[in-house]
Design a protein around this ligand. Structure first.
Ligand SMILES: [Cu+2]
Length: 172
């Protein structure tokens, strides 16, 4: 009997500091070493895809690119909610995406940290490639990498007139 009371007291005393720790705000640690970072796991069945334009489409600038994601949610950069991330659009990127490093941020690697699900591109005439990569709160790809198919679009000149289905003149 005596022993039971003692155990209960010890457990109660232990619970107090645990509760206090749970209520304290999570420490912001931007300088945390990369090694301490755990890549977010891609949930089974998740799929990332470009809704439009279609692969091999001919478009005029500016054109809208719509992002599709199944099996996960779209959130803002910095948000560590489970099973959610933000979109990155790779424009004319030829190098393979690093599966472990932070997704670069430049004119070819566009981040949509506001949770956007579409964007407007103004690309020069010619062929371009587009590919989506999902990133976590810290702009790292998920593991395994969650990327869309790389599509190709042809931007036609803004001055190009619509093709008329006129047969060439015959001299025969
Ligand atoms: Cu990002």
């Amino acid at each position: 009997m005596r022993h039971w009371f003692k155990t209960a007291f010890v457990l109660g005393a232990m619970a107090l500091p645990l509760q206090a720790a749970a209520q304290a705000p999570a420490p912001a640690d931007p300088a945390a070493p990369a090694a301490a970072y755990q890549q977010v796991a891609t949930p089974p069945g998740a799929k990332l895809y470009i809704i439009s334009p279609a692969n091999k489409a001919r478009v005029r600038s500016p054109f809208t690119v719509q992002f599709g994601l199944k099996g996960m949610g779209v959130t803002q950069a910095g948000n560590t909610s489970a099973n959610a991330g933000h979109h990155h659009l790779l424009v004319d990127v030829k190098e393979p995406i690093s599966e472990t490093e932070i997704i670069p941020s430049d004119k070819n690697h566009l981040h949509f940290g506001g949770g956007q699900t579409e964007t407007t591109l103004d690309l020069p005439p010619g062929r371009h490639t587009l590919q989506l990569v999902l990133g976590d709160a810290k702009h790292r790809p998920l593991a395994p990498l969650l990327a869309s198919q790389k599509i190709e679009v042809t931007v036609i000149s803004p001055t190009a007139k619509k093709k008329k289905h006129r047969r060439p003149h015959s001299h025969y």
